[in-house]
Design a protein around this ligand. Structure first.
Ligand SMILES: *Cc1c(COP(=O)(O)O)cnc(C)c1O
Length: 384
């Protein structure tokens, strides 16, 4: 049997060993490690809300009023009017009758999928689906079918192949893919499901706050809110806070309250976090310029990279610079770090072998000058 030691030494020789980097401060798109500041291109704090004054103030006020902990799971005494307000407002943002808050996006996916599916069911999901989706399927005991990335024809053939063989079928995709920065063809995808009895779950982790009316997400932007049964997402990325949610029918919410184990058996989010998330929804409504400026800046950076003959993917605020070999991605990352840019390599098993990349995540806090500095550094390291 493989020991822990051999696992680690194999990862090390393959250049795939991961390690932690404790920062000492982070603010305004910058991060400090060991007394040195870097431009942070590795966060998902797209709208720069994680250190926003309005959110901090709302969060602090809630801590003063209610304390730091929620005390219990929601079905015990941990439930609060504040969480219900967050759910009501999340449902409105998403255009759905109801929403249920989970303690993280990870727990939302694991809880939703394992509550809906069991042995004898099938889950059809995009090949690039996030680990939380795959873990939900594994926990559920359902059969997993993966369709080629954003390939609706392949999904159709899997729908035909699985028809009549399973009790319940669930189709899952992300609306904006975290490592490729590209978007799912949602209208075509839901159209393919219309002639089948299936449920559709869309993960909007990276799209919420950035796309669609009021920052609702791509499900709303692409006009498929009615056809998507379950829209999940997180407050931890574009919204600068923490916690996950699913927006759905009221009956579906009631079902999850009674059956999603990651919801039932975990202590409710603390009041400071819930209040911060509520304040993020305020900012989203009041400052649409944040998302507009961000998308313009990201498109500008993407174009500059393309002009240099570098390979990128997708069309969003997430810009993967495709490098190929894992070792090369690590080398480029170190070279950029030494120049003051916190850009991390994304390697297998997170992405397929041979598709290692540097994931550039642009946020509102990055100025044009910041990104020009990044491009100058990239020019220095690209052919070294
Ligand atoms: C980050 C992420 C999650 C998990 O959300 P957390 O709130 O960070 O646990 C789920 N799905 C996708 C696609 C993600 O990128």
């Amino acid at each position: 049997m493989e020991t822990v030691g051999t696992f680690l030494s194999q990862r090390r020789t393959q250049g795939l060993l991961r390690s932690l980097h404790p920062s000492t401060q982070r603010c305004r798109g910058r991060i400090q490690y060991q007394d040195r500041w870097y431009l942070d291109l590795s966060s998902n704090d797209y709208l720069g809300l994680a250190d926003d004054a309005h959110l901090k103030q709302a969060s602090t006020a809630a801590i003063e009023q209610y304390g730091t902990g929620s005390g219990a799971a929601r079905l015990l005494s941990g439930d609060s009017a504040l969480i219900h307000e967050l759910e009501t407002r999340t449902a409105v943002l998403k255009g759905k009758p109801a929403a249920l808050v989970f303690n993280s996006g990870y727990q939302a996916n694991v809880g939703i999928i394992s509550a809906l599916c069991a042995r004898g069911d099938a889950v059809l999901c995009d090949r690039l689906s996030h680990a939380s989706i795959l873990d939900g399927v594994a926990l559920s005991g359902a059969r997993l079918f993966r369709f080629r990335h954003n390939d609706v024809e392949h999904l159709e053939s899997l729908l035909v192949k699985t028809a009549g063989r399973f009790r319940r079928r669930l189709v899952v995709t992300e609306s904006l893919f975290s490592m490729d920065g590209d978007m799912a063809p949602l209208p075509a995808l839901v159209a393919a499901t219309q002639s089948h009895e299936v449920m559709v779950l869309v993960d909007e982790a990276h799209a919420t706050g950035l796309y669609g009316p009021g920052g609702s997400g791509l499900v709303a932007e692409q006009g498929v809110t009615e056809q998507v049964d379950l829209v999940m997402g997180t407050y931890s990325k574009g919204l600068g806070g923490f916690g996950g949610y699913v927006a759905c029918a009221q009956e579906m919410k009631d079902y999850f309250v009674n059956s999603a184990r990651s919801f039932i058996y975990s202590t409710a989010l603390p009041p400071g976090v819930v209040a911060g998330n509520l304040a993020a929804l305020d900012v989203l409504a009041q400052q649409p310029e944040r998302r507009m400026e961000l998308l313009i800046r990201a498109a500008w950076l993407r174009e500059k990279l393309t002009q240099r003959g570098l390979t990128t993917r997708g069309n969003s605020q997430i810009i993967p610079w495709m490098v190929g070999r894992a070792a090369l991605a690590c080398q480029r990352s170190e070279q950029l770090q030494s120049r003051g840019f916190w850009v991390l390599p994304v390697r297998p098993p997170t992405v397929p072998a041979g598709q290692a990349r540097l994931r550039l995540s642009v946020t509102c806090a990055h100025t044009r000058e910041d990104l020009e500095g990044l491009l100058a550094a990239i020019d220095e390291v690209r052919d070294v």
